[in-house]
Design a binder for this molecule. Structure first.
Ligand code: SAH
Length: 343
Protein backbone atom coordinates (compact mmCIF):
# COMPACT_ATOMS: atom_id res chain seq x y z
CA UNK A 1 0.00 0.00 0.00
CA UNK A 2 1.20 3.46 -0.86
CA UNK A 3 0.83 6.11 1.83
CA UNK A 4 1.14 9.50 0.14
CA UNK A 5 2.16 11.34 3.31
CA UNK A 6 5.40 9.30 3.61
CA UNK A 7 6.55 9.79 0.04
CA UNK A 8 8.32 13.20 0.28
CA UNK A 9 10.53 11.69 3.00
CA UNK A 10 11.78 8.78 0.89
CA UNK A 11 15.11 8.48 -0.95
CA UNK A 12 15.12 7.59 -4.68
CA UNK A 13 16.13 3.98 -4.02
CA UNK A 14 13.34 3.62 -1.44
CA UNK A 15 10.81 4.89 -3.96
CA UNK A 16 12.20 2.41 -6.48
CA UNK A 17 11.56 -0.41 -4.00
CA UNK A 18 8.09 0.95 -3.29
CA UNK A 19 7.02 1.02 -6.92
CA UNK A 20 8.71 -2.33 -7.60
CA UNK A 21 6.52 -3.83 -4.86
CA UNK A 22 3.53 -2.47 -6.74
CA UNK A 23 4.72 -4.23 -9.89
CA UNK A 24 6.37 -1.30 -11.73
CA UNK A 25 9.97 -1.10 -12.93
CA UNK A 26 12.35 0.44 -10.37
CA UNK A 27 13.23 3.47 -12.54
CA UNK A 28 9.67 4.72 -12.13
CA UNK A 29 10.57 5.43 -8.50
CA UNK A 30 13.41 7.71 -9.60
CA UNK A 31 11.04 9.49 -11.98
CA UNK A 32 8.58 10.02 -9.15
CA UNK A 33 11.40 11.43 -7.00
CA UNK A 34 12.40 13.84 -9.77
CA UNK A 35 8.84 15.07 -10.27
CA UNK A 36 8.70 16.12 -6.64
CA UNK A 37 12.24 17.22 -5.88
CA UNK A 38 13.28 18.66 -9.25
CA UNK A 39 10.04 19.94 -10.75
CA UNK A 40 7.99 20.62 -7.64
CA UNK A 41 4.99 18.60 -8.89
CA UNK A 42 2.92 16.78 -6.26
CA UNK A 43 -0.23 16.04 -8.20
CA UNK A 44 0.21 12.52 -9.63
CA UNK A 45 -2.14 13.48 -12.48
CA UNK A 46 0.45 15.97 -13.71
CA UNK A 47 3.38 13.53 -13.64
CA UNK A 48 3.12 13.00 -17.38
CA UNK A 49 5.99 10.52 -17.74
CA UNK A 50 4.37 8.01 -15.36
CA UNK A 51 1.97 5.33 -16.60
CA UNK A 52 -1.71 5.87 -15.85
CA UNK A 53 -2.01 2.90 -13.49
CA UNK A 54 0.89 4.15 -11.32
CA UNK A 55 -0.61 7.64 -11.25
CA UNK A 56 -3.91 6.13 -10.11
CA UNK A 57 -2.17 4.04 -7.44
CA UNK A 58 -0.40 7.18 -6.14
CA UNK A 59 -3.58 9.24 -6.17
CA UNK A 60 -5.32 6.55 -4.09
CA UNK A 61 -2.62 6.89 -1.40
CA UNK A 62 -3.74 10.39 -0.44
CA UNK A 63 -1.97 13.76 -0.84
CA UNK A 64 1.77 13.65 -1.45
CA UNK A 65 2.25 16.71 0.75
CA UNK A 66 1.51 16.13 4.44
CA UNK A 67 0.84 19.81 5.15
CA UNK A 68 -0.79 22.93 3.75
CA UNK A 69 0.35 26.52 3.75
CA UNK A 70 -1.59 28.74 6.13
CA UNK A 71 -0.91 32.43 6.66
CA UNK A 72 1.96 33.97 4.73
CA UNK A 73 3.42 37.19 6.14
CA UNK A 74 5.83 39.33 4.13
CA UNK A 75 8.27 41.67 5.84
CA UNK A 76 9.30 45.02 4.43
CA UNK A 77 12.86 43.60 4.15
CA UNK A 78 11.78 40.78 1.80
CA UNK A 79 11.66 38.04 4.44
CA UNK A 80 8.56 35.86 4.32
CA UNK A 81 7.16 33.72 7.12
CA UNK A 82 4.91 30.83 6.19
CA UNK A 83 2.64 29.01 8.55
CA UNK A 84 2.50 25.27 7.81
CA UNK A 85 -0.54 23.32 8.94
CA UNK A 86 0.09 19.62 9.52
CA UNK A 87 -2.47 16.86 9.05
CA UNK A 88 -3.15 16.59 12.80
CA UNK A 89 -3.86 20.32 13.06
CA UNK A 90 -0.46 21.22 14.55
CA UNK A 91 1.29 24.30 13.17
CA UNK A 92 4.95 25.05 12.54
CA UNK A 93 6.59 27.97 10.77
CA UNK A 94 9.26 28.34 8.12
CA UNK A 95 11.00 31.48 6.89
CA UNK A 96 12.35 32.50 3.47
CA UNK A 97 15.22 34.98 3.66
CA UNK A 98 16.47 36.55 0.41
CA UNK A 99 19.91 38.14 0.37
CA UNK A 100 21.41 39.18 -2.94
CA UNK A 101 21.42 36.12 -5.15
CA UNK A 102 20.92 33.82 -2.18
CA UNK A 103 17.61 32.49 -0.94
CA UNK A 104 17.83 30.82 2.45
CA UNK A 105 15.01 28.83 3.98
CA UNK A 106 14.85 28.29 7.73
CA UNK A 107 12.94 25.08 8.54
CA UNK A 108 11.42 23.57 11.68
CA UNK A 109 12.04 20.04 12.95
CA UNK A 110 9.59 19.75 15.85
CA UNK A 111 6.20 21.00 16.95
CA UNK A 112 7.33 23.05 19.95
CA UNK A 113 10.66 22.46 21.62
CA UNK A 114 11.79 20.93 24.91
CA UNK A 115 15.09 22.80 25.30
CA UNK A 116 13.52 25.90 26.85
CA UNK A 117 16.27 28.49 26.17
CA UNK A 118 15.02 31.36 28.33
CA UNK A 119 15.26 33.95 25.53
CA UNK A 120 13.42 31.95 22.83
CA UNK A 121 9.72 32.16 22.17
CA UNK A 122 9.52 28.87 20.26
CA UNK A 123 10.09 26.87 23.42
CA UNK A 124 7.76 28.90 25.60
CA UNK A 125 4.83 26.62 24.81
CA UNK A 126 6.57 23.30 25.49
CA UNK A 127 7.08 20.33 23.21
CA UNK A 128 4.38 18.43 21.29
CA UNK A 129 6.02 16.05 18.84
CA UNK A 130 8.74 15.42 16.28
CA UNK A 131 8.12 16.20 12.62
CA UNK A 132 8.47 13.30 10.19
CA UNK A 133 11.14 13.56 7.49
CA UNK A 134 8.34 14.10 4.98
CA UNK A 135 6.99 17.01 7.04
CA UNK A 136 10.46 18.57 7.26
CA UNK A 137 10.95 18.29 3.47
CA UNK A 138 7.41 19.35 2.68
CA UNK A 139 8.12 22.77 4.22
CA UNK A 140 10.66 23.29 1.44
CA UNK A 141 8.32 21.99 -1.26
CA UNK A 142 5.31 23.96 -0.08
CA UNK A 143 7.29 27.21 0.14
CA UNK A 144 8.05 27.11 -3.61
CA UNK A 145 4.84 28.99 -4.30
CA UNK A 146 6.18 31.87 -2.22
CA UNK A 147 9.39 32.18 -4.26
CA UNK A 148 9.46 35.42 -6.20
CA UNK A 149 10.51 35.96 -9.79
CA UNK A 150 14.05 34.77 -10.37
CA UNK A 151 14.41 33.28 -6.89
CA UNK A 152 15.71 29.79 -6.39
CA UNK A 153 16.54 28.07 -3.12
CA UNK A 154 20.28 28.07 -2.42
CA UNK A 155 20.59 27.49 1.35
CA UNK A 156 18.67 25.65 4.03
CA UNK A 157 19.20 26.13 7.76
CA UNK A 158 17.68 23.81 10.37
CA UNK A 159 17.09 26.81 12.63
CA UNK A 160 13.32 26.99 12.87
CA UNK A 161 11.23 25.59 15.70
CA UNK A 162 12.66 22.60 17.54
CA UNK A 163 15.96 20.92 18.32
CA UNK A 164 17.07 19.01 15.21
CA UNK A 165 19.29 16.58 17.12
CA UNK A 166 16.40 15.60 19.38
CA UNK A 167 14.74 14.39 16.17
CA UNK A 168 17.89 12.82 14.90
CA UNK A 169 16.77 10.20 12.37
CA UNK A 170 14.35 12.48 10.56
CA UNK A 171 16.81 15.38 10.53
CA UNK A 172 19.52 13.18 9.03
CA UNK A 173 17.12 11.85 6.43
CA UNK A 174 15.99 15.38 5.52
CA UNK A 175 19.65 16.43 5.20
CA UNK A 176 20.32 13.51 2.84
CA UNK A 177 17.26 14.38 0.76
CA UNK A 178 18.12 18.08 0.44
CA UNK A 179 21.65 17.28 -0.69
CA UNK A 180 20.70 14.32 -2.92
CA UNK A 181 22.10 14.77 -6.44
CA UNK A 182 18.89 13.46 -8.02
CA UNK A 183 16.86 16.11 -6.22
CA UNK A 184 17.46 19.67 -5.02
CA UNK A 185 21.17 18.86 -4.91
CA UNK A 186 21.98 21.64 -2.45
CA UNK A 187 25.66 22.06 -1.73
CA UNK A 188 26.87 20.44 1.49
CA UNK A 189 28.19 23.78 2.68
CA UNK A 190 24.78 25.35 2.25
CA UNK A 191 22.68 23.08 4.43
CA UNK A 192 23.34 23.81 8.09
CA UNK A 193 22.07 21.88 11.08
CA UNK A 194 21.88 23.99 14.21
CA UNK A 195 21.87 22.48 17.70
CA UNK A 196 21.62 23.88 21.19
CA UNK A 197 24.44 21.45 22.00
CA UNK A 198 23.14 17.87 22.10
CA UNK A 199 26.44 16.04 22.46
CA UNK A 200 25.28 12.52 21.55
CA UNK A 201 23.66 13.92 18.40
CA UNK A 202 26.82 15.82 17.39
CA UNK A 203 28.81 12.60 17.72
CA UNK A 204 26.29 10.61 15.67
CA UNK A 205 26.10 13.24 12.98
CA UNK A 206 29.88 13.29 12.69
CA UNK A 207 29.92 9.52 12.21
CA UNK A 208 26.89 9.23 9.92
CA UNK A 209 27.91 12.06 7.55
CA UNK A 210 31.70 11.69 7.90
CA UNK A 211 31.67 15.27 9.11
CA UNK A 212 30.07 16.53 5.88
CA UNK A 213 27.03 18.00 7.64
CA UNK A 214 27.63 21.71 8.27
CA UNK A 215 27.11 22.25 11.97
CA UNK A 216 26.09 25.32 13.93
CA UNK A 217 26.13 25.22 17.72
CA UNK A 218 24.14 27.67 19.82
CA UNK A 219 26.55 28.21 22.71
CA UNK A 220 25.50 31.59 24.17
CA UNK A 221 27.96 31.43 27.03
CA UNK A 222 31.55 30.40 27.62
CA UNK A 223 31.11 30.42 31.36
CA UNK A 224 29.28 27.34 32.68
CA UNK A 225 26.99 29.32 35.00
CA UNK A 226 25.97 31.73 32.24
CA UNK A 227 25.27 28.91 29.81
CA UNK A 228 23.29 27.08 32.51
CA UNK A 229 21.17 30.15 33.12
CA UNK A 230 20.37 30.67 29.43
CA UNK A 231 19.88 27.00 28.46
CA UNK A 232 18.73 25.51 31.75
CA UNK A 233 17.34 22.13 30.72
CA UNK A 234 20.17 20.72 28.64
CA UNK A 235 22.60 18.81 30.82
CA UNK A 236 25.68 19.13 28.60
CA UNK A 237 28.29 21.62 29.80
CA UNK A 238 30.24 24.07 27.65
CA UNK A 239 33.18 21.76 28.13
CA UNK A 240 31.23 18.69 26.93
CA UNK A 241 30.16 20.59 23.82
CA UNK A 242 33.61 21.91 22.98
CA UNK A 243 35.01 18.40 23.38
CA UNK A 244 32.35 17.01 21.05
CA UNK A 245 33.33 19.58 18.42
CA UNK A 246 36.95 18.56 18.88
CA UNK A 247 35.98 14.97 17.98
CA UNK A 248 33.86 15.96 14.97
CA UNK A 249 35.59 14.90 11.73
CA UNK A 250 35.42 18.38 10.18
CA UNK A 251 36.75 18.32 6.60
CA UNK A 252 39.68 20.60 5.66
CA UNK A 253 38.80 24.25 5.03
CA UNK A 254 35.43 23.91 6.79
CA UNK A 255 34.46 25.61 10.02
CA UNK A 256 31.81 25.28 12.66
CA UNK A 257 29.40 28.13 13.23
CA UNK A 258 29.10 29.19 16.86
CA UNK A 259 25.89 31.08 17.54
CA UNK A 260 25.90 33.47 20.44
CA UNK A 261 22.78 35.38 21.41
CA UNK A 262 23.90 38.56 23.14
CA UNK A 263 21.66 39.30 26.12
CA UNK A 264 22.08 42.71 27.75
CA UNK A 265 23.90 42.49 31.08
CA UNK A 266 23.97 38.66 31.04
CA UNK A 267 26.65 37.51 28.59
CA UNK A 268 27.79 40.63 26.75
CA UNK A 269 30.75 41.91 28.79
CA UNK A 270 34.37 42.14 27.62
CA UNK A 271 35.22 39.37 30.09
CA UNK A 272 32.54 37.16 28.48
CA UNK A 273 34.08 37.84 25.07
CA UNK A 274 37.59 37.02 26.26
CA UNK A 275 36.38 33.80 27.85
CA UNK A 276 34.65 32.85 24.62
CA UNK A 277 37.93 33.29 22.75
CA UNK A 278 39.68 31.03 25.27
CA UNK A 279 37.04 28.32 25.16
CA UNK A 280 37.01 28.20 21.37
CA UNK A 281 40.77 28.34 20.88
CA UNK A 282 41.91 25.30 18.95
CA UNK A 283 38.62 24.88 17.07
CA UNK A 284 38.01 26.05 13.51
CA UNK A 285 35.00 28.32 14.00
CA UNK A 286 33.23 31.40 12.83
CA UNK A 287 31.11 33.18 15.39
CA UNK A 288 27.65 34.49 14.63
CA UNK A 289 26.58 37.15 17.10
CA UNK A 290 22.82 37.53 17.44
CA UNK A 291 21.72 40.55 19.47
CA UNK A 292 18.67 39.37 21.40
CA UNK A 293 15.40 39.80 19.58
CA UNK A 294 12.85 40.79 22.18
CA UNK A 295 9.41 39.17 22.35
CA UNK A 296 6.41 39.24 24.62
CA UNK A 297 7.30 36.13 26.64
CA UNK A 298 10.54 37.37 28.10
CA UNK A 299 11.84 40.33 30.12
CA UNK A 300 15.41 39.90 28.95
CA UNK A 301 16.96 42.97 27.39
CA UNK A 302 18.82 43.32 24.11
CA UNK A 303 22.44 44.43 24.44
CA UNK A 304 23.30 48.10 23.99
CA UNK A 305 24.66 48.77 20.48
CA UNK A 306 28.04 49.86 21.87
CA UNK A 307 28.31 46.58 23.81
CA UNK A 308 27.69 44.59 20.64
CA UNK A 309 30.46 46.51 18.92
CA UNK A 310 32.88 46.05 21.85
CA UNK A 311 32.13 42.33 22.08
CA UNK A 312 32.74 41.95 18.37
CA UNK A 313 35.99 43.95 18.63
CA UNK A 314 37.40 41.71 21.34
CA UNK A 315 36.84 38.64 19.17
CA UNK A 316 38.13 40.26 15.99
CA UNK A 317 41.26 41.52 17.76
CA UNK A 318 41.99 37.93 18.75
CA UNK A 319 41.82 36.92 15.09
CA UNK A 320 38.39 35.28 15.07
CA UNK A 321 35.98 35.59 12.17
CA UNK A 322 32.81 37.16 13.45
CA UNK A 323 29.51 37.89 11.79
CA UNK A 324 26.83 40.08 13.21
CA UNK A 325 23.50 38.64 12.25
CA UNK A 326 21.25 41.38 10.99
CA UNK A 327 17.77 41.04 12.31
CA UNK A 328 15.46 39.98 9.50
CA UNK A 329 11.71 39.80 9.46
CA UNK A 330 11.29 41.44 12.84
CA UNK A 331 8.09 43.23 11.80
CA UNK A 332 6.39 39.87 11.15
CA UNK A 333 7.87 38.03 14.17
CA UNK A 334 10.04 35.93 11.87
CA UNK A 335 13.41 36.77 13.43
CA UNK A 336 15.43 34.23 15.44
CA UNK A 337 13.63 33.25 18.60
CA UNK A 338 10.32 34.74 17.54
CA UNK A 339 8.79 31.70 15.82
CA UNK A 340 6.02 30.42 17.94
CA UNK A 341 3.48 27.93 16.74
CA UNK A 342 0.96 30.02 18.61
CA UNK A 343 -2.36 28.22 18.95
N1 SAH B 1 17.44 24.34 18.66
C1 SAH B 1 18.40 24.71 17.66
C2 SAH B 1 17.73 25.27 16.44
C3 SAH B 1 17.12 26.65 16.62
S1 SAH B 1 18.20 27.79 15.86
C4 SAH B 1 19.44 25.63 18.26
O1 SAH B 1 19.26 26.04 19.41
O2 SAH B 1 20.46 25.89 17.62
C5 SAH B 1 17.59 29.28 16.33
C6 SAH B 1 18.71 30.23 16.73
O3 SAH B 1 18.11 31.46 17.15
C7 SAH B 1 19.50 29.69 17.91
O4 SAH B 1 20.86 30.02 17.81
C8 SAH B 1 18.84 30.42 19.04
O5 SAH B 1 19.64 30.46 20.15
C9 SAH B 1 18.59 31.78 18.42
N2 SAH B 1 17.59 32.53 19.17
C10 SAH B 1 16.57 32.05 19.89
N3 SAH B 1 15.88 33.04 20.47
C11 SAH B 1 16.45 34.19 20.10
C12 SAH B 1 16.18 35.56 20.37
N4 SAH B 1 15.15 35.92 21.15
N5 SAH B 1 16.98 36.47 19.80
C13 SAH B 1 18.01 36.11 18.99
N6 SAH B 1 18.31 34.83 18.70
C14 SAH B 1 17.55 33.88 19.26
Amino acid sequence: MINGADIPGMMPEELSDLVANEGFPAYRGVQLFEWMHRKGVFDPGRMTSLPADLKARLAAGGPLLPLTVGRVLASSDGTRKLEMRLADGAVVETVLIPEGRKLTQCISTQVGCSIGCIFCRSGAFGFSRNLTAAEILAQVFAARDAWRDGEELTNVVFMGIGEPLHNYENTLRAWRLLTCDKGLDLSLRRVTISTAGVVSGIDRLGRDTQGQAALAVSLHGADEAVRQRLVPHLKHTVRDIVEALGRYPLPPRRRFTIEYVLVGGVNDSDADARQLVRVLSGLRVKVNLLPLNPHDRSDLQPPLPERVERFRRVLVDKGMSVFLRRRRGDDISAACGQLLGEQ
